[in-house]
Design a protein around this ligand. Sequence first.
Ligand SMILES: NC(=O)c1ccc[n+]([C@@H]2O[C@H](COP(=O)([O-])OP(=O)(O)OC[C@H]3O[C@@H](n4cnc5c(N)ncnc54)[C@H](O)[C@@H]3O)[C@@H](O)[C@H]2O)c1
Length: 257
Amino acid sequence: MGRLTQLSRSVHGKRVLVTGAASGMGRATAFVFADEGARVAVVDLHAERVLEVVDEIRAAHGADAAHGFVADVGDHDSLKRLVTGVVDTFGGIDVLVNNAGISLVNSAFQGEDDYETNWARTLDVNLTAHSRLIRLCLPHLQAADGGGRVVNIASTEAIVTTPGLAAYAATKAGVVGLTKSFAVELGRHGVTVNCICPGPINTGMTAPIPDEAKEVYAKRREGPRQHSAGNQENHRHKKRQGNHRCRWRALFGLPFK
Ligand SMILES: NC(=O)c1ccc[n+]([C@@H]2O[C@H](COP(=O)([O-])OP(=O)(O)OC[C@H]3O[C@@H](n4cnc5c(N)ncnc54)[C@H](O)[C@@H]3O)[C@@H](O)[C@H]2O)c1
């Protein structure tokens, strides 16, 4: 992969842990950091895919630019081993990017076993892992020169939602809440915590979604904001007429063009 940015960043020499770095946005993130002189811990589930990314980064930036770590972020013990391994290799952690995520079907009409399984796994990987990894990295982030940095990857699904993705939407909203809470708690201890809510990006996760649907998702707006910015009188008129679709939008923010 060629350089993804021409901008100058102040991350030279920083030790960066990126989860879910074997593909998609995590892989791109690992490359951007390495392009700017950071040393990157490439973390993902399968050794072969982790090594591919490590080899690509090393080919561009040298042997010390990337090291691979196999970990299941949904497993607490695996996270403990990961942090020990990264600190043994790099001597510390300056930046944590909680990027690994999954998008499993969670429909109200699903059978109980599938619903429960997908709900639990999504919470473990998309939300609990962020919280655990921040806490495990915390002593190292606090010791980081110039302060530690955490970036959590949430989603626009935290704000506007898709039918059948209950756990995904819940976890992404949870990541926003977790980020806010840790941000106000840890900022005074020298660690900043931020999150990003990307819209649809072409990756393995979104490959099965048709382009037309991605276009609709990209244009979604939160209901209340739409109405407060629009014609209030018209909205009140529609409500008086019992326009259900309008009321749903106002309450929940459905995808619409
Ligand atoms: N692609 C989008 O449109 C989009 C939009 C908003 C948010 N996001 C979020 O961005 C992040 C990256 O997604 P992506 O689109 O690059 O998807 P992706 O599927 O290409 O990458 C996700 C990576 O996470 C890894 N992963 C999954 N479970 C893991 C686990 N338990 N332990 C370790 N690694 C694990 C996968 O192996 C994969 O390499 C996710 O958190 C996703 O929810 C994506």
